[in-house]
Design a protein around this ligand. Sequence first.
Ligand code: ADP
Length: 497
Amino acid sequence: MKILFTAGESVPFIKTGGLADVVGALAPVLAKAGHDVRVIIPDYRLIPQNYQNEMVHVCDFEVQLGWRRQYCGIEKIEKDGVIWYFMDNKYYFGRPYIYGMGGDEYERFGFFCRGVLNMLPLIDFQPDVIHAHDWQSGMIPALLKIQYAHLPFYAGIKTVFTIHNLQYQGIFGIREIQDILGLGDSLWTDDKLECFGCANFLKAALVYSDAITTVSPSYAEEIQTAYYGERLDGLLKSRKDDLYGVLNGIDMEDYNPESDPQIAAHYSRENLSGKAVCKKALQENLGLQVRPDVPIIGMVGRLSNQKGLDLVDYVIADIMRMDVQLVVLGMGEGRYFNLFSWAEGEYQGRVAARFTMDHALARQIYAGADLFLMPSQFEPCGLSQMIAMRYGTIPLVRETGGLRDTVLSYNEVTGEGNGFSFFNYNAHDMLHTIERAIDFYLHQPEIWHKLQMRGMSGDYSWDQSAEKYMVIYQGLFREKAVRAKTPEEPNPVVVNI
Ligand code: ADP
């Protein structure tokens, strides 16, 4: 099949979160299976210079946005069996940030969506499926159906849209979107593009895509409820027959404690001694007391409410009353910057916090920590808990979304489990679960070791999920009545709630 991925970011070129990991890992896996897979992302100025130097110019044209005509260049890099395209426009993407600033995101990503559709005949690529990811690509399925589908070149193209995080929807004024994308008044009703008085890129995709996916089976269920649905639960429920949950994977080669060049020592299931070296190096590098016996609780991720950090805020003094160390790496809300900066001063030598994007340090934390804390309020999939398990660090999570699908809490009676979890979004439930985990660390090392082994043996590869995506793509070309939903296969770990 010919598949085009469209996204706001992709590793190894540019990354702010899990979306980049998913796009960058899934595309090569599908290409390896024999498909013609191409990816397009914006050509941000922040893409490292070595990749900028590798880019080859493919074509350029002008994109009409209302009264503006904007240059649109297409560059490419061929890598891992995939052609990666980069959409160049210095005014929109030559900025010192990726998203979230500038006040003209609707125009930048409106340009991107229009540019993607316009480039296809010019690069001579007629995909069977456009697989659009997150709100930045959300207008592509809508524009395709509304403005392009009558043209023979576009008529047969099917669209799949993946929700990586329903909280980010791309909400703007209707007038602004009409101005740049020329969508007539009759389209702005609540069964089409209008959404609570606004334009909404993500909603547009949910209405106009042929299939919708999200990144874990549990999140696919949760987003059909008011608590998790971010005001789109009704729409998602109405499309439940076209909504699939496919669990993300991680790049098992890249995240491998036996060969990761960025950690202090290598180790494996058979010989964990290198993990102790990684722990010591982490303590030294971050100015923590160098003590092999004290458990390190690690956290890596965006400092946002989504990640359950208000629970940590509420009971941080109780956590630190135990003999533990806490390591935090993340960027985001000032409130949490203040919290962890304060904690670093208050608990000197026991808390270390770094507020940068540092991929090497992230790996050093996955390798050097003992417990990985992820008490998310909601979690579409979550990659960090899988990476942690791969590095023999035991996850402690809240039972939601992809965390629920990948971490099974240790059960003393049956002996099952690969981590620790709690269900209610409650700081003391989290605290008691941390106390329980630390108790196992200190007093039952053989069980701790068993959980480490289970985590390190898990299959977090993309293979199974890539197959599920192929089933979804192929299903789009069958009659809807006979289209099979992806079989409800058991999750890698089925959770005991
Ligand atoms: P989300 O996509 O919600 O941000 P995920 O758990 O799905 O969360 O993916 C986060 C990814 O980004 C992980 O690979 C994590 O290691 C990485 N990451 C997050 N923050 C940082 C940071 N400050 N430095 C390095 N890597 C980070």
